[in-house]
Ligand binder design. Structure first.
Ligand code: THU
Length: 130
């Protein structure tokens, strides 16, 4: 199964009663395994979590730490792009050249790198004082 198909499959499990916008994310880790996540909303809206965050949590819980490829899918006219917070979350575990493919249910897709999605990313180097 392709990474996008894995994202498409898990998207069906999203809990999105408030936005009605289901999102699925799948990432391949350097252990070769695919980890998936869906958005999980909450009546206290800010407590909802994005699909990408769920996939990253699943990867970490399995003991993997490095992402080598990402796919995200939503039912929109234009490919869904990860929110700002998720770009930072992905950047924590992925090299700048890792690709993020963003897809629609109709089959459109756009691929960008982590560096393109989050230019000037805050990183550990920014905390150095010398
Ligand atoms: N959402 C994601 O899960 N990932 C994205 O990349 C964009 C947005 C979710 C958050 C919320 O549950 C819904 O989509 C509408 O913003």
């Amino acid at each position: 199964m392709s990474l996008m198909d894995a994202a498409r499959e898990v998207r069906e499990k999203a809990y999105a009663p408030y936005s009605k916008f289901k999102v699925g994310a799948a990432l391949r880790a350097e252990d070769g395994q695919v980890y998936v996540g869906c958005n999980v909303e909450n009546v206290a809206y800010p407590e909802g979590t994005c699909a990408e965050a769920g996939a990253i949590a699943a990867m970490c819980a399995a003991g993997a730490r490095r992402i080598v490829e990402v796919a995200v899918i939503g039912d929109s006219a234009h490919p869904v792009t990860p929110c700002g917070g998720c770009r930072q979350k992905i950047a924590e575990f992925a090299a700048p050249e890792v690709t993020v493919t963003m897809g629609t249910m109709a089959g459109l897709s756009v691929t960008m790198t982590v560096a393109e999605l989050l230019p000037g990313a805050f990183g550990p180097g920014h905390m150095e004082t010398e």
